[in-house]
Design a protein around this ligand. Structure first.
Ligand code: ZN
Length: 61
């Protein structure tokens, strides 16, 4: 089974998509490659950095 990524517009094997029960087809709209990129970019933003800080604080307790 193949699926088209709505981010990079590439057609990939369904295995390249994460499972997401909230979507009608049960898989993410973005492929794993795009998701990884998105996460990476998010943690480079001030918002992402703040979220990372909060997460590390939680772990300390
Ligand atoms: Zn993609």
């Amino acid at each position: 089974m193949i699926k088209k990524c709505s981010k990079c517009r590439k057609t990939r094997d369904i295995k390249q998509f994460s499972k997401n029960a909230t979507n009608s087809d049960g898989y993410d709209h973005y492929c794993k490659i795009c998701n990884r990129k998105r996460k990476h970019e998010y943690f480079r933003t001030s918002k992402g950095k703040a979220a990372m800080k909060r997460a590390s604080h939680k772990r300390k307790k």
